[in-house]
Ligand binder design. Structure first.
Ligand code: AMP
Ligand code: ZN
Length: 123
């Protein structure tokens, strides 16, 4: 049986858990039982959404076997959001991980960036 949202693991001091709980406002452009998406407060591209799991997970580095379907679901959701925003020329999905990876919020999240030409390598 799928756990209800209230039964999911959350972390009270986590910014993104507080967004999921509705304690901090965010414009939910997408929501299902597993994840939500909302605009990044400091956008780095014309489209810059964050896709986050409702369950608190620190980072992709902490992935357990049981999380694999959720990660696939989030990736597919990012692609659907990109399609809905007509990013057919391309987009980028970024998962900053750990300090060297530039992760500042320690609740796993996908950045969906699009609407401009991306450069490589990333900084
Ligand atoms: P990262 O640096 O990969 O951990 O990404 C965290 C992202 O969260 C940054 O791009 C921030 O701009 C974004 N962010 C921080 N606080 C908020 C907020 N309240 N609402 C939306 N995005 C936020
Ligand atoms: Zn959290």
């Amino acid at each position: 049986m799928t756990p209800s949202v209230s039964a999911l693991k959350t972390s009270p001091d986590c910014l993104f858990c507080r967004i999921i709980a509705g304690e901090i406002p965010a414009n939910r452009v997408y929501e299902d039982e597993h994840c939500i998406a909302f605009p990044d407060i400091n956008p780095q591209a014309p489209t810059h959404l964050l896709i986050i799991p409702k369950e608190h997970m620190v980072s992709v580095a902490k992935t357990l076997e049981e999380h694999k379907p959720l990660l696939g679901h989030m990736m597919a959701t990012a692609a659907e959001l990109a399609k809905a925003r007509e990013l057919e020329k391309g987009f980028r999905i970024v998962v900053n991980t750990g300090d060297d990876g530039g992760q500042t919020v320690h609740h796993l999240h996908l950045h969906l960036l699009g609407g401009r030409r991306m450069s490589w390598p990333p900084g």
